[in-house]
Ligand binder design. Structure first.
Ligand code: NI
Length: 507
């Protein structure tokens, strides 16, 4: 009897302990992510224009946001506003009215693009409306901007702005659509040609044709040559698009592919149909488990560095990202050589193990800012914060701050006086982010390479990781030693200087 009682007591105690532990973990996470959000806020130094004034109700709502693991704002996510919190600017008087909604995602560079877009729409409207007087309420002119925000996997966000002008001059309000799609790991805005390849333009064109033909009203005007031209297989015709979990949607302004009375036309293409054309697959990007490649015996292995022999520095920006960065690290490990990773602070919290592995392998970890911000848009404090935040995270993760900086977009000029580190740029640009093609990257990184060159790549792309598997043995077989930036300085006997820009280090 007694043992039974003891057993029950033990089980009860264990359950209590586990519940307490779970509560502690949850509380800890909440604190961590709210700190992260504060950090993102402080990074964002851009100022609001004078015409803007926040709707106070919206501002209060905004304080209720919660945040996901990835550190974005989620403000009551809905079907059409899956990500971000809404910033509203509204005003109304006897002559004009406007209501602008745009999202704030929590990533400074993206937020800047979206804010500028909404702001410029408003400025345009206000300058057009200056001096306008309405005789009565129905003669008022107005602007309405609203948006949809879609998150696909953990790699892509698309924002679709819907813009409506009201004026007594028009029987129907004027409408327009404008879209932005960003690759989250870089914050870079991407075109449809960055995400699709092969004969995709013909496929998109055929999809539009099929859509129009299936609608009894729209199909009547299909033969109009002015409309036909607007969905020919030409990249310019497919500038307005958005990805979402369900697939790709193409958008067309009124009057482009059908008579104006049909308004904005949106044509959905489901993910299974578009998948064969996708280069950077956003649908499967989420949480890919990393599997190391099978063991192979490398043909050549780099041993100790000989300072009298040619050397070259491979540098990788915008990471880390678990899958592709680890694949590159595998290659470096196989050939016993070091490269330099200019990391984005924002990505570090997502892939801490990847940067730890790179540091343990004696690769250089450089600082590529916290949020891949355009530094020229920030003030002194903002610029410094971009680098100090990343360094604080690095200190915690790898017990070492970055010694070198690479400014986002390779920006130089006035901003450099606020960058208290040697700035490492490059003299060989592989354009790997643009081509996403391993063969082209291999060619760019191995043709006409000279002693002391610094080669730019991005470790966030699988195509780049694939290229590195060839680049490293090829460069070694050409007689180059592959070194990190600090090794390059060491063996060239150069002391790196703060605020100074280095493109390469010739012997
Ligand atoms: Ni970059």
């Amino acid at each position: 009897m007694k043992t039974n009682y003891m057993k029950k007591k033990f089980i009860f105690k264990s359950i209590c302990f586990i519940i307490m532990l779970c509560l502690l973990i949850i509380i800890e996470k909440k604190i961590k992510y709210s700190n992260f959000i504060t950090a993102l806020h402080q990074t964002d130094d851009a100022e609001q224009g004078d015409v803007l004034h926040y709707d106070t109700a919206a501002k209060q709502d905004a304080s209720q946001f919660s945040v996901s693991l990835s550190g974005f704002y989620f403000d009551n996510p809905t079907e059409t506003k899956q990500i971000g919190r809404t910033i509203s600017i509204t005003d109304s008087n006897s002559n004009i009215f406007y209501s602008i909604n745009y999202p704030e995602i929590g990533i400074p560079y993206i937020d800047e693009v979206l804010r500028n877009d909404a702001q410029s729409e408003l400025s345009k409207f206000l300058s057009g409306a200056s001096g306008y007087t309405a005789d009565n309420d129905s003669m008022r002119i107005g602007l309405t901007v609203d948006y949809c925000a879609y998150l696909t996997g953990d790699s892509l966000i698309s924002i679709v702005f819907n813009i409506i002008y009201d004026s007594p001059e028009y029987t129907n309000p004027l409408q327009a659509v404008r879209t932005h799609t960003f690759l989250l790991c870089t914050g870079r805005e991407v075109k449809i040609s960055t995400l699709l390849s092969g004969d995709y333009l013909k496929y998109l064109s055929d999809s539009v044709k099929g859509y129009l033909a299936s609608d009894p009203a729209l199909s009547q005007n299909m033969d109009d040559s002015a409309f036909l031209e607007k969905y020919e297989p030409n990249e310019d015709n497919f500038k307005s698009f958005a990805f979402s979990k369900s697939g790709l949607t193409l958008y067309f302004d009124p009057y482009t592919i059908a008579p104006g009375e049909y308004g904005i036309i949106s044509i959905p293409i489901n993910s299974a149909d578009i998948l064969p054309f996708i280069i950077y697959d956003p649908f499967k990007e989420s949480n890919i488990p990393y599997t190391p490649p099978a063991e192979t015996t490398p043909p050549v292995i780099q041993s100790g560095i000989d300072p009298s022999k040619p050397m070259v520095a491979l540098t990788f920006d915008d990471g880390p990202r678990a899958e592709s960065t680890n694949r590159i690290l595998d290659v470096l490990e196989n050939y016993n050589c070091h490269a330099t990773f200019f990391v984005v602070g924002y990505n570090l919290s997502k892939y801490p193990d990847t940067v730890k592995r790179a540091a343990q392998m004696n690769c250089d970890i450089g600082n590529h800012s916290f949020g891949h911000a355009k530094l020229s848009t920030l003030n002194k404090k903002g610029i410094k914060a971009q680098f100090s935040k990343t360094n604080d995270i690095l200190k915690k993760l790898i017990d070492k701050k970055a010694q070198f900086v690479r400014t986002p977009y390779g920006q130089t000029g006035n901003i450099l006086k606020h960058v208290n580190y040697p700035v490492i740029l490059w003299n060989v640009d592989t354009l790997d982010w643009k081509t996403l093609n391993a063969k082209k990257v291999i060619k760019a990184a191995t043709k006409n390479i000279k002693d002391g060159d610094i080669i730019l790549m991005h470790d966030i792309y699988n195509s780049t990781a694939e290229a590195v598997e060839t680049i490293v043995p090829k460069l070694i077989s050409q007689g180059f030693q592959i070194v990190s930036i600090s090794e390059l300085f060491e063996y060239r006997n150069v002391t790196p200087k703060k605020h100074k820009v280095y493109f390469n280090l010739e012997p």
